[in-house]
Design a protein around this ligand. Structure first.
Ligand code: T3D
Length: 262
């Protein structure tokens, strides 16, 4: 049987490639579990220092596999709240809570939960030909996988509502202009650029990078006072890391630091 998520670990970069290209990498249960296992590995395996998420074939991810939701097959309506609790939400939380950077290379169309999966990652690069679609409105659902949270927070209500209510495709360059993603790059340069970025992060001071991610996410709900306290606590931890000592030593010795991720 074909792996629904291809996994490689090279020089600290755990690359996870969604791999159901004939269905534009839409989610079935097997792919859900495989992606979750990949992110869980990133949590527990200290040799993983950054994650790179992408898709195989011409799409990134078309959200839920609607073939698995075919009402014509009969039976009671599925409890989609249960499927979110069981499959989507744990993975989204694992990505956000991972104390390591997650780069997403959106190689083609990202629709429904596929778009919102990308927005949950830390740095998103997209091929210029890629588009993001809040496809839910076309089938009578609401945006999920954190989409209403990301869109409202990043774009504000007017653009978030227009995208979600119309399901109009948003091209990669406009998504970058609007601040939804880091950048749009030429299609044939996407993977090289994303891999170089993930490699750079994987050779960085992992403790400090993980704490930085945590701080920026926490800022969304903290008051300034709370955030100042959290910065103090995180800086205390970062200051005790081996990589901080190496960073300062390397600066003083006028050489490139060799971070070990501790
Ligand atoms: O259910 C729950 O658990 C709740 C959670 C829901 C989360 C969600 O994500 S709901 C939203 C589900 N996704 C969609 O509604 C998107 C459906 N797909 C599309 O609208 C279009 O395929 C795209 C706009 C993404 C791409 O269009 P296009 O023209 O480039 O490609 P295509 O021809 O439509 O698709 C290519 C193949 O992929 C095609 O198969 P075929 O005809 O060649 O055998 C198509 O059926 C298949 N495919 C694409 N998306 C899905 C899919 N098959 C199953 N499920 C899909 N989501």
């Amino acid at each position: 049987m074909t792996d629904t998520v291809l996994t490689t670990l090279v020089d600290g970069v755990l690359m996870l490639t969604l791999n159901r290209p004939e269905k534009l990498n839409s989610f079935n249960e097997e792919m859900h579990l495989a992606l979750r296992a990949g992110i869980e590995r990133a949590h527990s395996d200290t040799s993983v220092r950054a994650v790179l998420l992408t898709g195989s074939g011409r799409g990134f991810c078309a959200g839920q596999d609607l073939g698995d939701r075919d009402p014509r097959k009969g039976g009671p309506a599925p409890d989609l709240g249960h499927t979110l609790d069981t499959f989507y939400n744990p993975t989204l939380r694992l990505i956000r809570n991972l104390q390591k950077p997650v780069v997403c290379a959106v190689n083609g169309v990202a629709a429904g939960a596929g778009a919102n999966l990308a927005f949950a990652c830390d740095i998103v690069l997209a091929a210029k030909s890629a588009k993001f679609i809040q496809a839910f409105a076309k089938i009578g659902l609401v945006p999920d996988a954190g989409g209403t949270w990301s869109l409202a927070r990043i774009l504000g209500e007017p653009r978030a509502k227009a995208l979600a209510l119309t399901a109009e495709p948003l091209m990669a360059e406009k998504a970058a202009d609007w601040g939804l993603i880091w950048k749009a790059v030429e299609d044939d340069a996407l993977m090289a650029e994303a891999e170089a970025l993930a490699a750079q992060l994987a050779s960085g001071p992992t403790v400090g990078l993980g704490l930085t991610k945590h701080l920026i996410q926490a800022a969304a709900t903290n008051s300034l006072d709370e955030q100042l306290d959290l910065e103090r606590d995180c800086q205390r931890k970062a200051g005790r890391s081996r990589d901080y000592a190496e960073g300062v030593t390397a600066f003083l010795e006028k050489r490139k630091p060799e971070f070990v991720g501790e």
